[in-house]
Design a protein around this ligand. Structure first.
Ligand SMILES: [Zn+2]
Length: 479
């Protein structure tokens, strides 16, 4: 059973954060606003910025001047200094703990807070623009809906604070930074001692789907591994100008010269042969059979080719770089190993036929583990809550979805390994007749009602999990 609360505040929060989106490791104003609310509501245990992570735990560091610029802007907008000081240098995000001091499970929820470098739509048919809450930060917008996750998390934290006398157990709210970068703050947050205490941890991601005004839930979103490698191609030596199969009578000078010209015209330009080799490799990698159930795939990333030094017309520059990265995304380690074997074969084959040298290095980025199954207690709690809230049977089969990965996986995995329950749940929102067909687009907008329904469900789930017996106690609790 749920206590009274003004659930529509989630919409107010969302509009506020939507209007002031900030990029990875620069969520200064956003973090300070969250801290401000939390402190007002009685949260005393706040871990802010540098309490959470050290510099070398950031996998992607934005240029210093951009961090400083965003910092100054947040101060000018009135971000309180007491919070800002903990974030100097780009250490953003906050974790809040509230203890009822009564025995019971420890429950955690995550909301990510960062935005994307995408210019928000400024057209009358885009509701945030029409209603005046679209991004005030040029070139930056909440195009992945993290403003919704932040707001749901904040509303839950408010609800818990208002009702702490009536609740039991402990509550942890994670507002994580830089989800969109190559490894967000969850990688560091997973090592906070409180994470080891968690019995249940869950989070949402909003997902646009054709819902005809209804609210749907995806109780079991699964994630694939993410392993990234880099392949570099280099030109080696010169091609033979006269291959063995060129049978020409060398005494006949005219015939010989013509044959040389034909050969010259037909062979690839040696100055860019590595680019052809890379392109061929990419084609072959993309042709590796992909199973229908998304058990694994390879994504090509960061294709890059650069002539060394200045580029001048008609100047022969043999030495240049050509490389690309590829990401293996699979549901199992075996599948990842198999894919990597196929890719190595392809690269070797390309080396031979193009007469280039290829070097594979990696894994080069943060390795994201797979999440194969949400904990049944949380899945069931969500299903019950959803039905009770009047969305009887409005569930979507997660097998159809393939939404990439998320750094919260590090916390979910840790909780799971500790014997707790972890879940990543999809909160579907109406795609407005196909207008919003994916995340990361300029006109992303989540319907208010979908947001309110999702918030209520997350809070009802919190109650249901509190009513369940504590998870089987694990080593940490025993000691
Ligand atoms: Zn996202």
């Amino acid at each position: 059973m749920m206590f009274d609360h003004n659930f529509s505040e989630v919409v107010t929060f969302r509009k506020k954060f939507h209007a002031y989106p900030e990029l990875a490791w620069r969520e200064f104003w956003t973090t300070s606003q969250i801290c401000n609310y939390l402190e007002q509501w009685g949260y005393k245990d706040l871990f802010i910025g540098k309490d959470l992570l050290k510099k070398d735990q950031r996998k992607y560091n934005p240029p210093e001047h951009l961090i400083e610029e965003a910092y100054k802007k947040a101060l000018e907008k009135g971000a309180p200094r007491k919070y800002m000081e903990k974030m100097i240098g780009g250490f953003t995000g906050v974790v809040a703990i509230m203890d009822s001091k009564k025995p019971g499970p420890t429950i955690g929820f995550r909301g990510d807070i960062d935005a994307l470098p995408i210019q928000e739509a400024q057209t009358e048919d885009h509701r945030p623009f029409k209603e005046g809450f679209s991004s005030k930060n040029d070139g930056v917008s909440h195009a992945c809906g993290h403003d919704c996750h932040t707001s749901i998390s904040l509303t839950m934290a408010h609800y818990v604070a208002n009702n702490i006398e009536k609740l039991h157990g402990k509550f942890v709210f994670v507002f994580s930074a830089a989800e969109e970068s190559a490894g967000g703050s969850c990688l560091a947050i997973k090592d906070l001692p409180i994470i080891d205490e968690i019995d249940y941890f869950y989070c949402y991601h909003v997902i646009p789907l054709p819902l005809r005004g209804k609210s749907f839930l995806i109780p079991n979103v699964m994630f694939q591994t993410l392993i990234e490698y880099l392949v570099k191609f280099e030109i080696i030596g010169e091609f033979e100008t006269k291959p063995d199969n060129l049978h020409v009578n060398e005494d006949d000078v005219v015939e010989w010269v013509n044959a040389q010209i034909r050969l010259e015209n037909s062979r690839p330009d040696i100055r860019t042969i590595d680019v052809f080799a890379a392109a061929h490799a990419i084609n072959l990698i993309q042709a590796i059979p992909q199973p229908r159930d998304f058990a694994g795939k390879v994504c090509i990333e960061k294709f890059h080719t650069q002539l060394e030094g200045e580029i001048d017309w008609n100047v022969y520059r043999k030495k240049h770089e050509c490389q690309f990265a590829y990401q293996i995304r699979t549901k199992s380690d075996q599948r990842a190993i198999w894919l990597q074997e196929q890719i190595v074969k392809i690269i070797k084959h390309v080396e031979d036929i193009y007469h280039v040298k290829a070097t594979i290095t990696g894994p080069t980025a943060t390795n994201y583990p797979a999440l194969t199954e949400n904990h049944p207690n949380i899945q069931n709690a969500f299903k019950e809550a959803w039905n009770e809230l009047g969305h009887e049977g409005n569930f979507i089969n997660e097998q159809l979805l393939n939404i990439g990965t998320d750094d919260v996986i590090f916390i979910l995995n840790k909780v799971d390994q500790n014997g707790g329950g972890a879940a990543y749940v999809g909160l579907a929102f109406d795609n407005q007749g196909g207008k919003i067909n994916s995340l990361h687009i300029p006109n992303l907008d989540v319907h208010d009602q979908n947001l309110i329904d999702g918030t209520k469900a997350a809070i009802l789930v919190l109650h249901k999990l509190l009513d369940k017996r504590q998870m089987k106690k694990r080593k940490l609790r025993d000691t």
